[in-house]
Design a binder for this molecule. Structure first.
Ligand code: NAD
Ligand code: WQD
Length: 341
C-alpha cells in the first residue's frame, strides 16, 4: 500500500493499527513514539502477531529537529498521528502541558511534513470535540464547540490547524477521525490497554477488578434519565477502530481532500450493560457499587456512523461479547500489563 509513519504507534490504538498495517505486505511502517505512555516491549508483541517488526524511532513530536531527521530518512507517503496526552481529568490540572504536548507537538509535526513534502495525514480526534451535543446520536454535522476540557480543546485546535493547512494547500489530504469510546484488545491476548496508575476509564478499570488488581468498581451514577439509570456510550472495539484507520488511510491517499468521520459502532450501551456482559463471562463476577455522578459526564451519546459506512465502506464487526471477552483475555494473560519499563 504505502510507506507510513505512525506517531504514538506504541500506544493502545496505535499498536493495534500498526498490526493491521503490517498485515498488508506492501505496507512499510515506522513508529515514532517518546514512550511517555507506552513500553518498548509492545514492539515484540507486534512482531509476534504479524511476524514483521516495524521500524522504531524514539523521539518526541515536540522535537522539530528529530522529526525533520526522521521524515527525511523515512520519506513516508502518509502519517497517522496518534501521539498525544489523553486524560481529560489530568488536562484540567495540567492544561499547559496538554497544549504543549498535543497542539505544539502537532504543529511541529505538520511543519516537518511540509518541509519534506509529506501531504497525507490521518489524525486521532475525539467525540469530545462535539461538547454537549444537541441530541444523543451525533452526526459529523454537529458543530465542533469550544472544548469542555483542555484535552478536548487541544483536539479542536488541531482539527482547525489541519483544516487551515488544507485550505492553504489543497494538495494536503487530511482525514480527521473522531473516536467514540475505544475498548477491547487484540484477539491474540498479546496486546491491549495498559494505563499507567489507576485507570480513569471504565473498561480498563473493570478489567483490573476482574484480575484482582482493584477491589471493586464504582459505577458513577445510576440516576440518569436512561433505561437503567447508568450512562450510555458508544463503545467501539479497538480492532474495528484500527481497521477504520486502514479505510481512512486509503481514502486519504486515493482521494485527496479534507474529511472528518465519526468512528463508532453507531449504538449506545449503558455502563450497567457493560458490567453485566463482563460478569457473564467470569466464574467470579466483579463486585460493584453505585456511587455519585462523575462531574462532567453526559447521560447519553453515540455516533451516527453512516458517513464512514457510506464513504469509507467501513463498519464495526465486533459486538459487546467480543469486547468483554478480548479485554478479559488480555488482562488475564497480562495482569500487570506489558513487561518492562
Ligand atoms: P496512548 O497513550 O495509549 O497512546 C499515545 C502514544 O503517544 C503513547 O505511546 C505515548 O507514549 C505517545 N506520545 C505521547 N506524547 C508524545 C509525544 N510528545 N511525542 C511522541 N510520542 C508521544 O493513547 P491511545 O488511547 O492509543 O490514544 C491515541 C490517540 O487517540 C490520542 O491522540 C488520543 O487523544 C486519541 N483518542 C483516544 C481515545 C481513547 O479513549 N483511548 C479516544 C479518542 C481519541
Ligand atoms: C464511560 C462511562 C463513566 C469509570 C472518555 C473521554 C473521551 C474519550 C474516551 C479521549 C461513564 C462510567 C467510568 C468508572 C464508571 N477519550 N465509569 N466507573 O468519559 O465516556 O470518555 O474516554 O478522547 O474523550 O472523555 O469514558 O470510560 O471514562 O466512562 O461508572 O470507574 O463509565 O461515568 O459513564 P468517557 P469512561
Amino acid at each position: 500500500m504505502a510507506n507510513i509513519l505512525v506517531t504514538g504507534g506504541c500506544g493502545y490504538i496505535g499498536s493495534h493499527t500498526v498490526v493491521e498495517l503490517l498485515g498488508d505486505p506492501s505496507c512499510q511502517v515506522t513508529i515514532l513514539d517518546n514512550l511517555s505512555n507506552s513500553k518498548r516491549s509492545v514492539l515484540d508483541r507486534i512482531e509476534r502477531i504479524t511476524s514483521r517488526r516495524p521500524g522504531f524511532v524514539q523521539a518526541d513530536i515536540r522535537d522539530g529537529a528529530a522529526l525533520s531527521r526522521a521524515l527525511g530518512e523515512i520519506r513516508p507517503d502518509a502519517v497517522i498521528h496518534f501521539a498525544g496526552l489523553k486524560a481529560v481529568g489530568e488536562s484540567c490540572q495540567k492544561p499547559l502541558e496538554y497544549y504543549d504536548n498535543n497542539v505544539c507537538g502537532s504543529l511541529r509535526l505538520l511543519e516537518a511534513m511540509r518541509e519534506h513534502g509529506v501531504k497525507n495525514i490521518v489524525f486521532s480526534s475525539s467525540a469530545t470535540v462535539y461538547g454537549t451535543p444537541a441530541n444523543p446520536r451525533i452526526p459529523e454535522t454537529e458543530p465542533v464547540k469550544r472544548g469542555n476540557s483542555p484535552y478536548a480543546q487541544t483536539k479542536v485546535d488541531i482539527e482547525w490547524m489541519l483544516e487551515d493547512w488544507h485550505r492553504a494547500d489543497s494538495s494536503v489530504s487530511v482525514c480527521i477521525l473522531r473516536y467514540f469510546n475505544p475498548v477491547g484488545a487484540h484477539q491474540s491476548g498479546l496486546m491491549g490497554e495498559d494505563p499507567l496508575g489507576i485507570p480513569n476509564n471504565l473498561m480498563p478499570y473493570i478489567a483490573q477488578v476482574s484480575v484482582g488488581r482493584l477491589p471493586h468498581l464504582n459505577i458513577w451514577g445510576n440516576d440518569y434519565p436512561t433505561p437503567d439509570g447508568t450512562c450510555i456510550r458508544d463503545y467501539i472495539h479497538v480492532v474495528d477502530l484500527a481497521r477504520g484507520h486502514m479505510a481512512a488511510l486509503s481514502h486519504c491517499l486515493n482521494r485527496p481532500g479534507l474529511y472528518a468521520y465519526n468512528l463508532g459502532a453507531g449504538r449506545g450501551i449503558s455502563v450497567q450493560q457493560i458490567v453485566d456482559a463482563y460478569n457473564a463471562i467470569l466464574e467470579k463476577p466483579i463486585s460493584y457499587v453505585y456511587g455519585p455522578r462523575r462531574p462532567g459526564d453526559i447521560a447519553e451519546y453515540y455516533a451516527d456512523a453512516t458517513k464512514a459506512a457510506e464513504e469509507l465502506g467501513w463498519r464495526t464487526e465486533h459486538g459487546v461479547e467480543d469486547i468483554v471477552r478480548d479485554t478479559y483475555r488480555w488482562q488475564k494473560a497480562n495482569p500487570e500489563g506489558y513487561p518492562g519499563d
